[in-house]
Write a protein that binds this ligand. Structure first.
Ligand SMILES: Nc1ncnc2c1ncn2[C@@H]1O[C@H](COP(=O)(O)OP(=O)(O)OP(=O)(O)O)[C@@H](O)[C@H]1O
Ligand SMILES: [Mg+2]
Length: 139
């Protein structure tokens, strides 16, 4: 696991690093309300060359920014609902899948399905910084 403490204006350096190594699979974003999950996805999508507006997919289950970039938010409906709607199959599709509010249960399921998963835990360490703990689970 690697840890980074970053201000918003340095977030792009972490995203560059991550996208160099992780090009396909699921990125689970953990952390309290307003810790910066969507902000991280926004920077990822931008660096992937997509200019779409990134917002938490609160009402839809899945947001697609291209045929290879997907965004989900489990907060409102819960993991069971997400799974019962067949979303695990979606996560197995080629591309990068960003899941806000993913949890350990989802990590375990993805691991059993041999789906490459990167977990990023974000914590507000001050008004101007966030700590990012990045963990890559090799399938
Ligand atoms: N590295 C950072 N340093 C300082 N502020 C940041 C950083 N990352 C994000 N923020 C700020 O944190 C606030 C909340 O960000 P964001 O909406 O991305 O959180 P979230 O985790 O997606 O929230 P939610 O749980 O509601 O989905 C925003 O004002 C954003 O600018
Ligand atoms: Mg969000």
């Amino acid at each position: 696991m690697k840890t980074y403490e970053l201000r918003l204006d340095a977030l792009h350096t972490l995203v560059e690093k991550i996208l160099k190594e992780f090009k396909n699979g699921v990125v689970i974003l953990k952390g309290d309300l307003a810790c910066g999950k969507t902000t991280l996805v926004k920077e990822m999508v931008k660096q992937l060359g997509c200019s779409d507006d990134v917002t938490s997919p609160t009402f839809s289950l899945q947001q697609c920014y291209s045929d290879k970039i997907f965004h989900y938010d489990i907060y409102n409906h819960g993991l069971d609902h997400f799974i019962s709607l067949g979303m695990l199959e979606e996560l197995d599709k080629e591309g990068l899948h960003f899941v806000e509010w993913g949890n350990e249960e989802l990590e375990n399921i993805l691991s059993s399905a041999a789906i490459d998963t990167l977990t990023i835990e974000i914590e507000k360490t001050s008004d101007n910084t966030r700590t990012y703990k990045v963990r890559h689970a090799h399938p």
